[in-house]
Design a protein around this ligand. Structure first.
Ligand SMILES: [Mg+2]
Length: 404
């Protein structure tokens, strides 16, 4: 791929995750020092951190530092539910998500400018979605490398958004305390301070050999590279990613439940999702239709295909069959949210970038469409029924089969 024209790696990290979930779920805890733990502090709200509470620390010691703190027992089901919701938002943002832990991931948005705007726009939208859908604060760092994106989110916490511009990496990094480098814990920091090294720029200015004498070979090599902003690691899509989905929600108003009108929304969602599945070089076997009705109840319908696929037409047909079978319910209650997901994902070993000549199988149509849009933008190809629509989604498309 071409060199990115903007910093393209996001590090997204929920703020004081467990404590924030507790504050979300119990209004009496908001704006108060909250400690989640039993014996040991597992998470502390920023109000508790202000008194010097950190993780891990004994709860008794934490209470000495922060006598007003409220101690809450952990609710792991709530954390895992919140994590799932947040990762769904990550995965709707880009196919390239590398989960680091329950509340933290790298997202690579390279090449998404045409579809989704600048990486700054994408990061701002991600923050908004997590706040509105899950009710939690999240900090996002944006930079050219993973390390710098993580450093940026660390500097921006809590509830921050910090973009390190291309070319501004060393200006950002060098004045920071050495503790901000990935891998510098209290022990390494003390060794560095003992040699008068307090800032990242001082590490960068040293010969690597001089650093080896202080920290040993492996740590010196690692930190010297980071201090000079050498971090070529790409974002790795982990095993965590088992599905790709997208949804369309209206606030209190309803989606049209007339079959033709609803179909336009469905086509747009299927188009968006299958494009992401193909971009991630994946195929999936199960299609899932999720709905929320006017009375706030929800329903899920799924269908497992005979073979894994990423073809727009095949997945659309399966989703349309699910919609048809649910139509009586949709008519009665009215839809306020519809989402589709392709799951049971596996790698697409047969993924072809080159266009086949001669007879074109259906997937070649998808590949052509994806390539045209990659080159000329999402609106370069539009189905007639989508023209003139503005429903807040990227312009969807279902190609008519090309003539042989
Ligand atoms: Mg976190």
């Amino acid at each position: 791929m071409s060199e990115p024209a903007q910093p393209h790696i996001l590090h997204a990290d929920l703020d004081a995750f467990y404590a924030s979930v507790e504050q979300r779920d119990d209004p009496q805890l908001r704006d108060r020092p909250v400690i989640v733990g039993a014996g040991v502090v597992l998470s502390a709200s920023y109000q508790a951190r202000a008194c010097g509470v950190y993780t891990p620390m004994g709860v008794n010691k934490a209470l000495q530092l922060c006598p007003d703190a409220v101690i809450v027992k952990p609710h792991f089901t709530a954390y895992s539910d919140a994590s799932k919701q947040v990762f769904e938002i990550f995965e709707h943002t880009t196919p390239l998500v590398e989960g680091l832990s329950i509340d933290e991931a790298f997202l690579d948005v390279h090449g998404m400018e045409l579809l989704s705007g600048s990486s700054t726009d994408i990061a701002a939208k991600l923050k908004r979605e997590v706040r509105e859908t899950v009710g939690l604060p999240i900090t996002v760092g944006v930079a050219r490398t993973k390390h710098l994106a993580k450093v940026a989110s660390g500097v921006a916490k809590p509830d921050g958004l910090l973009v390190v511009p291309l070319g501004g990496e060393l200006t950002f990094l060098h004045p920071l305390p050495v503790e901000h480098l990935w891998g510098v814990g209290p022990v390494t920091a003390r060794k560095l301070h003992n040699h008068g090294i307090d800032r990242v720029g001082q590490i960068a200015a040293l010969e690597e050999d001089a650093l080896v004498a202080i920290l040993g070979k492996a740590a010196a090599h690692h930190l010297h590279a980071l201090a000079n902003n050498r971090d070529p690691r790409p974002v790795h899509v982990g095993r965590r990613r088992r599905s790709i989905g997208s949804q369309h929600a209206t606030g209190l108003s309803r989606l049209p439940s007339a079959p033709d009108e609803l179909d336009v929304t469905i086509v747009g969602l299927v188009d968006r999702v299958t494009r992401r599945v193909r971009a991630a070089r994946r195929v999936g076997r199960t299609v899932v239709l999720r709905m929320r009705f006017g009375d706030y109840t929800r329903a899920t319908r799924s269908h497992t295909l005979a073979m894994a696929t990423n073809e727009t037409q095949t997945i659309l047909s399966a989703i349309r069959a699910l919609v048809t079978s649910t139509m009586p319910l949709i008519r009665r209650e009215g839809l306020t949210m519809v989402g589709i997901t392709v799951s049971n994902l596996e790698n697409d070993d047969a993924f072809q970038l080159a266009l086949p000549f001669g007879r074109r199988p259906p997937r070649a149509v998808d590949a052509i469409v994806d390539q045209v849009r990659e080159k000329f933008g999402a609106s370069a190809l539009t189905r007639a029924s989508q023209l003139g629509r503005d429903d807040g989604m990227s312009v969807p498309l279902l190609p008519e089969p090309l003539p042989d």
